[in-house]
Design a protein. Sequence first.
Length: 353
Amino acid sequence: MNLNLTSQLLTRNENELSGKILFANPEDTYPQNLSKQADVYAWCQSKTSHDALARVGFAEDKLFLSAQWEQKDNSDFDHVVIYQPKAKDLLDYLLAAVLPLLKEGGQIWLVGDNKSGVKSSAKRLEAGLDDVGKVDGAKHCLLYAGYKRRPAKPFVFEDWVVTWQQDVAGQSFTLCSLPGVFGHGKLDKGTGLFLNQLNEHRFMSDVANARILDFGCGDGIISLWIYNKTGAKITALDDSALALKSTELTFAANQASDALTLVASNGLTDVKGRFNYVVSNPPFHKGVNTDYSIAESFFMSVKQHLTLNGELFVVANDFLRYPPILDAALGSHTRLFRDKGYAIYHGRQPKKR
């Protein structure tokens, strides 16, 4: 697997990376490369990154996919490497989580593309580190580092959970979300329009027994709304461990945990069986760039996971070129709504003739 430009910058400085090292939210397989010269651990929030490392033979006992670091006996790292996330509050979350795991005198390294905001984020390191400064820069990427010379505050996971009451499409319920999760702490406008559209839909007569999949579940708002609407059990899927944890917390806050099945998956790779309904507000960014690959792969493979006459509902920014992809995947589609910069599409698994 080719390394990202950010990892290539780390490679230029890997002589400084020795001892016991933790990668927090790695973006590629560089931790495996570095494991040839150091004792490397990888804490992933992305199933895609987790699976990529597993495929190249990264040590299974040092590879973790979780919303929070749960390894009680691993708190003596010499270095922690963080790739600049898109959400600044996720960087704050990661820093708070890893600082207690770092040895006195250890270093945190922050690397990112210039467009990611890494230059301004370097100041965030100063809250818990000393001697923060730029280490290197190349190929439009920057690398910063700082030293731990003072005790770190204990990490309290619950302090990072945002909880609020949401009214939408005829329902009122509690939502929970974590930093880095889509729509963190607020209702996404497109999701609100989507749920209002679903509220007008005529579901199958025995919908309480339907199989329903929420692809890209985020904080669980669509999943919970549909559960409340239909009474059907929900399968909620996301690539992000933070999103899956948020959905788990959302269902628990509404006393609905028994209705939820969580699936960590890169696309539909880990999905089993077919569904009567698939709903999605699919991601279309990779870092800061528009990226169709996730949605396109989802559309082209969802046919294998819809029952005959099964229905697909998608909400998206209306500038995204989804209609031809939907037609290629399902033969046809209907645009149910277009307004305020959003479009809602409906597709159906054709009945066999």
